[in-house]
Ligand binder design. Structure first.
Ligand code: GDP
Length: 442
């Protein structure tokens, strides 16, 4: 769950307002005191918190809110608006140069996720029809070039490198020539990082910047480092001038401080967020969607986009038809499971559904392992068994359990669930048919 503790506290405090028919100024003040504490505990910059709380209070105690029919809901809406504003209002996209190639310079401290993000960004751009080139400009850290090459291979994006004997400015310049000659329209420079900000690093980055004039300088920062990430962003912005931030590791237990403060402190937008180690786990950052996720209101738009990108609509329709005619098999089941997995980790998907707040998510105790188990069981079945589960007798069950590393109860449970789903679908389709014929009365 994103920013779990912050989300939980904010939702708990704001829920107190929900049912109230009338609100007093004291009610609002009390809740805003709790909101303030929650934000400070999440490591949000204290100046940002102060300004935020004051803006909400100012709007919340106004006439329209206090005298409206649903004052509680109005206050929640104001908090949602102000959170969105804090994070920059609208989504800021990558800008492309009028004349290709567009040069994107990635920078940041060591370990923030620069190399990984370079590959992830390449993948996103490829999906948009671009033809990116990754460039290895980190000549200091041993294995940095190799790491980018591995990322490039996984992402199926070419990597330009000149080893570690050339200086990064020359490498960057040569890569642009290479891109022009070979038709790459985006050049992503993976520059060197350091453990801390130092003059030498900044000088090098400035040199690259002045020689190649990048269209975008993206700073990669680790969300888990909270206010340190904000300080790093301030320094890079003062010394180098950045165009945007990529906030990584939001899938971890980041508290939220970086995400909520960076824009307000540096005035530079967060353009992307890293949601996992895998190369397809980079998302454009939408302040409004993030605000509603934090407040437990879901994020239907991202959910739909993920579904559209990962679920084959034709196959989904076929599956629905098979469900209705009770013709679905364990093969279909497996396919659906795998498509769902492509959308990302289950808890990240569930929290996008409106109404599944932090409390409900905890209750659901999403157990990814359970899905892995089901997958293993189905994979241990023979083709025949998957098509016709009724042949799965005692000895077959034993074999399947052994093959999937589960036990016989697990296999029994899945078979039972499968049978019940079929029965239920039959009932539902009969009901639907009866209703259509007008025979079914309530
Ligand atoms: P660099 O030194 O800045 O180039 O950082 P790397 O790209 O080598 O990343 C450092 C570590 O962070 C690696 O183990 C990555 O897999 C991990 N990482 C990067 N982005 C994310 C993310 O969004 N989520 C998680 N969980 N890990 C990430």
């Amino acid at each position: 769950m994103i920013f779990e503790s912050l989300a939980e506290k904010l939702q708990k405090s704001l829920n107190k307002l929900k049912g109230k028919g009338k609100l007093s100024e004291k009610d609002v003040k009390q809740v805003m005191r709790e909101v303030k504490l929650a934000l400070l505990e999440a490591d949000v910059n204290f100046k940002v918190v102060k300004k935020f709380v004051n803006s909400v209070k100012e709007r919340a105690v106004g006439h329209e809110v206090m005298e409206s029919l649903t004052p509680g809901q109005q206050v929640i809406k104001i908090v949602n608006d102000e959170l969105t504003k804090l994070m920059g209002e609208e989504q800021k996209k990558i800008e492309f140069a009028p004349q290709p190639p567009t040069i994107i310079m990635m920078c940041g401290l060591q370990g923030a996720g620069k190399t990984t993000t370079s590959g992830k960004l390449g993948i996103l751009l490829k999906k948009k029809g671009k033809s990116p080139l990754l460039v290895a400009c980190d000549i200091y850290r041993p294995a940095a070039i190799k790491q980018l090459e591995v990322v490039g291979e996984k992402a199926d994006i070419p990597v330009f490198s000149m080893g570690d004997k050339q200086n990064p400015v020359n490498i960057a310049k040569a890569s642009i020539e290479h891109a022009k000659k070979n038709g790459y329209d985006v050049v992503i420079l993976d520059t060197a990082g350091r453990l801390h900000i130092d003059e030498e690093l900044m000088d090098e980055l400035e040199n690259i910047k002045s020689e190649v004039n990048p269209k975008e300088i993206l700073l990669v920062v680790d969300a888990m480092t909270g206010q340190d990430a904000v300080t790093v962003a301030e320094s890079f912005n003062d010394k180098l001038g950045i165009d945007g931030v990529v906030l990584t590791k939001l899938d971890g237990d980041a508290r939220g401080g970086a995400a909520l403060s960076i824009r307000a402190v540096t005035d530079k937008p967060i353009k992307f967020v890293g949601m996992g180690e895998k190369l397809d786990q980079l998302e454009p950052f939408y302040p409004d969607r993030m605000a509603s996720r934090i407040l437990g209101m879901g994020d239907v738009l991202t959910l739909i986009e993920k579904a559209q990108a990962n679920i084959d609509a034709k196959k989904a329709m076929e599956f629905e038809k098979k469900l209705k005619t009770q013709q679905f098999t364990f093969d279909d089941f497996l396919e659906q499971l795998q498509q769902m997995k492509n959308m990302g980790p289950l808890d990240q998907i569930l929290e996008m559904i409106p109404g599944i707040g932090s409390k409900q998510l905890k209750k659901l105790k999403v157990d990814e392992k359970e899905l892995v188990k089901i997958e293993a069981i189905i994979q241990s079945m023979t083709k025949e068994e998957r098509q016709n589960p009724s042949i799965i007798n005692g000895s077959r069950r034993k074999r399947i359990a052994r093959g999937s590393g589960t036990n016989i109860q697990d296999v029994n449970r899945l078979l039972k669930q499968f049978k019940e789903t079929k029965k239920m679908m039959k009932k539902m389709t009969n009901m639907e048919k009866a209703m259509k014929k007008g025979k079914f009365k309530f």
